[in-house]
Structures are given as C-alpha cells and as structure tokens.
Design a protein around this ligand. Structure first.
Ligand SMILES: [Zn+2]
Length: 278
C-alpha cells in the first residue's frame, strides 16, 4: 500500500452566493511514497480562483503566492481535484492535521455540493501520529509542522516557505524520522460514514451543571493542601464556556473557586476541572 502526503494552500475570500467567507484552495502539493517512504511521484498544481479577486492580506503573510500567478493558472478546482484523485488512486492519504481535509470538503461543497470525499479510501493524520511518536500529545495544544521539524532539528526558527510542495517534503522528513510501521498503521483510518461523522462533528460546551450528559461523580474538588473533599458553598454559575462555584475545605477552611468545563466531543463528554484564585 502506498502513501500520499498532501498539503493545500488556501486564500480567504468573500463568496457572494453563500454570503460568507470561504477558504478557497489555491494550491495542491503532494508526493507519493513507496513502502520504504521513497518519493515515487510528485503532484503540484496551482488552482485558478473562481471566488477571490485578490489575496487576502492576512493570507499573503502566510503564503508565498502572487495573485497574478494564480490568475494565470490553467485549471480551476474541479479539474485539479479530478487530477489529484487520479494521482491518489488507492493510496492512503496523509495530511498534517485534518484542517486540510476540512478545507477540501468545504471546497467540494462550494463546487459540487458534496460533503464527502469519495475518492479517499483511507486517511492518516500525520500531526496526530507525530504527536504520539514524540510523546507530546495534548488536547489543548497542537503540534505545528514547523515545531515538529524544529524538535527533530530539521529547521531553525519558523518554517517560512508555506508552499505546498515544500511543506509536504518537510512532513515527509518528520514522518521518516518517526516512522514505525506497526504504530503508524494504527493511525490509518478507513474513510467510511463513521469517519465523516467524526470529522464533521462540532464540539460543544455544556454550561448547565444539571445536564444529564454530565457525570456528576466527576464533579468534585479536593483541597490541594489537605487532599480532602471540599464542600460547595455557592450555586453553580455559567462563565463563558464553563461553570463555576465556590468551595471550602473542611480542614483548613480555605475557600476557592472551582471551574468545570464539559466539552461534548464525538467520543463523549470530556470534563476538565480547575481550581482558580485559591
Ligand atoms: Zn485544606
């Protein structure tokens, strides 16, 4: 089974028909790898914009592409996507974080009203794999490609290029450095209905403590000094995305604010707790 690493560059543009900003893909860059992770084929194409009239100033700082260069591009998104689908074939698709997948889906919706990517059979999130391999996985902080390359000693400072093909080659360097076939294969997902449900699931917060989805067994605070269970002294109140209440320690009588965040993820409700202004 071969692998294809894909990186997309996109521009932000206001779409009148949809009456919202869209991330319009402007470049595809991909490499196909054999079992030993050698590059056997390269895919690179600019995409002629159909929505944007210029490159958004915020985007221009990130990508090294000139709008005139884009206007001269030969093909629009549907054609380039078709060519990319041929290039991918039965290979497993890899991208650095699933943001590229989301953008690909958004562009398919924009052009074909299609919410899935039927040409993708299997997928691996390279960011997740590298986070796992480096032992830096965290739900709050994502490992950027440049950070990963820095940790591995491939680049000094920020990676400035942000052209699709340069980014996939840097991703490959990271993958090669951290590759363990058995572990890697556990990160490859089949792109079935379940995969898309999970991918497009929108995380939400519960801000009512009485919501039955919250496991009340988990809602407690122990005094950080005495390690005994504290007693709640106030009603729960909503604070942005979280809930908070005052607690007091029965031993040392210290009081503090306890904050609870309940995030509804595809996998279930994740509770995180924090003691503030102790
Ligand atoms: Zn105490």
């Amino acid at each position: 089974m071969s692998l294809v690493i894909l990186d997309l560059e996109w521009n932000t543009a206001f779409c009148k028909e949809l009456n919202k900003y869209v991330n319009e893909i402007v470049e595809f860059g991909a490499i196909k790898l054999d079992k030993k992770l050698n590059i056997i084929e390269t895919f690179s194409s600019l995409v002629k914009p159909t929505v944007a009239k210029s490159i958004h100033p915020h985007v221009q700082k990130l990508i090294n592409i000139d709008f005139n260069e884009l206007k001269k591009a030969e093909f629009t998104f549907p054609y380039v996507l078709d060519k990319f689908a041929d290039f991918l074939g039965d290979s497993t698709l890899l991208t650095w974080s699933n943001t590229d997948l989301h953008t690909l889906i958004d562009n398919c919706q924009l052009h074909f009203m299609d919410e899935n990517l039927p040409f993708v059979k299997s997928y691996c999130d390279l960011q997740k794999y590298c986070e796992y391999s480096l032992g830096v996985s965290s739900s709050n902080r994502m490992l950027g490609l440049s950070s990963c390359a820095q940790i591995l000693g491939f680049v000094e400072g920020e990676n400035q290029s942000h052209r699709a093909l340069d980014d996939v080659k840097l991703s490959l360097k990271c993958l090669k450095a951290l590759y363990n076939r058995r572990h890697f294969e556990e990160f490859v997902e089949e792109c079935d209905e379940e995969f898309y449900k999970k991918l497009t699931f929108k995380n939400k917060f519960i801000t009512n403590i009485n919501n039955p989805k919250i496991d009340r067994q988990q809602i407690f605070f122990d005094c950080p000094e005495c390690n005994v269970r504290c007693v709640r002294k106030s009603k729960w109140s909503k604070q942005n995305n979280s809930m908070q209440a005052y607690f007091v320690c029965p031993e040392c009588k210290q009081s503090f604010k306890g904050r609870v965040q309940a995030k509804v993820k595809y996998e279930g409700v994740v509770i995180s707790k924090k003691i503030i202004n102790k």
